[in-house]
Design a binder for this molecule. Sequence first.
Ligand SMILES: Nc1ncnc2c1ncn2[C@@H]1O[C@H](COP(=O)(O)OP(=O)(O)OP(=O)(O)O)[C@@H](O)[C@H]1O
Ligand SMILES: [Mg+2]
Length: 393
Amino acid sequence: MTTLDIVGIEKSFGATPVLRDVSLALGHGEFLAIVGPSGCGKSTLLRIVAGLEAADRGSVRLDGQPVDALPPKGRDVAMVFQSYALYPHMTVAQNIALPLVMRDLDRRQRLPGWRLVSAATRAARRRIAGTVAEAADMLQLSALLDRRPGQLSGGQRQRVALARALVRRPRIFLLDEPLSNLDATLRTQTRNEIAQLQRRLGVTTVYVTHDQVEAMTMATRIAVMFEGRVHQVGTPEEVYRSPASLAVAEFVGTPRITVLDARLAPGGVMLGGRLWPAAFAAPPGGGAIGPADIRVGVRPEGFVLGDPAGPGMLAARVSHVEYLGSEGLAHLLLDAAPRGAVARIDAGLAGRLRPGETVGVRPDPAGLLLFGPDGRRLDARVGQPSSAMAEAS
Ligand SMILES: Nc1ncnc2c1ncn2[C@@H]1O[C@H](COP(=O)(O)OP(=O)(O)OP(=O)(O)O)[C@@H](O)[C@H]1O
Ligand SMILES: [Mg+2]
C-alpha cells in the first residue's frame, strides 16, 4: 500500500491556467474521488500523477518520495481510461496478460512456440496465467477469457481493462471516468463492483468523474474541483451538509439545492419578507454586518409544505410533481427562488398535489446554508423568523 501526496500543483496550457495550486493527500488504501464539471482539470491532474504530463510547479509524492523526475513506468501507477484501449485482435486473457508479458518476458520469450524449448519461459507463462485467472475470477471474467473484445458488452470490456490494470499490482490506481461509456443500469452495477474491489485490494485509488452521484456513492472522501481549483475535500456527508461554496452546494446533491435570494440585515437575514435571526461565527465580510445580497441554499429535504396561511409559510405555486413511489418531489415557483425550488415530500402528498395549486412552503432554519457575495459559505446559526415579523411583513 502507498500514500499519495499531491502538493501545490500548477499547470497552464499556453496562457490558460488549468490547475491552480492543487494539493491533495491520500492515506494508505484510500479511495478519493475527484469530481467537477467538464474542463475543470481532472484528467490533467491525473495525467500529472501518472507522469504522462509534467506540472509547471508542485510535486507528486508516493510514500513521501517525490516522483516528479520519474517516467510513468518508474512510478508503478496503473491508469484506466474512459476508452478501454483493448487490443481487438487479442483474446480477453491475452489483453489482461499483456502488462505482465511485457514486463516479465523478453522479446524472444514472447514469440509463440518459444515456450516449447525454454523451461524458464514455461514457468513465467504459468505464473502469468495464474495471475490472469485470479484477476478474471475477481472481476467475473473467467467464462469470457477466450473471447475477443468485440464479443463483449461495454461493462465486460471495462472489467477487462480493470483486470489488466489489476494484474500489475500497482502502488496506485488512477481511474479516469471508467464508467462513462456504460448505460445507467450497468454503471450502477459496475460502480458497486469497483468500490468493493478497491476495498478488498486496499490499493490507494484516485477516481475521476464528472458525475457527483458516482463520486458520492463510491469514495470515502471526495474533492470537488472548479476551474482548476479544489473548493473542498471531505467525506460525502461533509460535502453535502457543509458545502464550502455555493458552487459545491449546487454541484453536489440530487435533486439540486434550491437557491433563495436574501439580504443581510441587522440581527439576521431578510428572506421572503421576514427577518430570520442569525448568529454568525465570524462577521460576514470580516467586519460589521452591513446590508448585502446573499444567497440561501435549501436542500430538498429542508422544506416543509403546508397551508399558505400558516405561520412562517411562503406562498408558492406548484409547477410539477414527481411521484417516485416511496416519496415525491414538488417543483415550486416562489418569489424568493428565481430558478424555482424543489422540495422532497411524502408519497401521499405527491399523489394529491396538483400542478397550478398554491401551497405554503417553509424552509427549516436548521437546514439553511448561507453563502456570502463571494460565494463562500457563511458559518451561521439561523433561528425561526418571529411571528410578529411575519405579520408585519
Ligand atoms: N494538451 C492540451 N493542450 C491545451 N489545452 C488542454 C490540453 N489538455 C487539456 N487542455 C485544457 O485544459 C482544461 C482541462 O482539461 P481536462 O481534460 O483536465 O478537463 P476534465 O476536468 O478532465 O474534463 P472532462 O470532464 O471533460 O474530461 C480544458 O479546458 C482543456 O481544454
Ligand atoms: Mg477528463
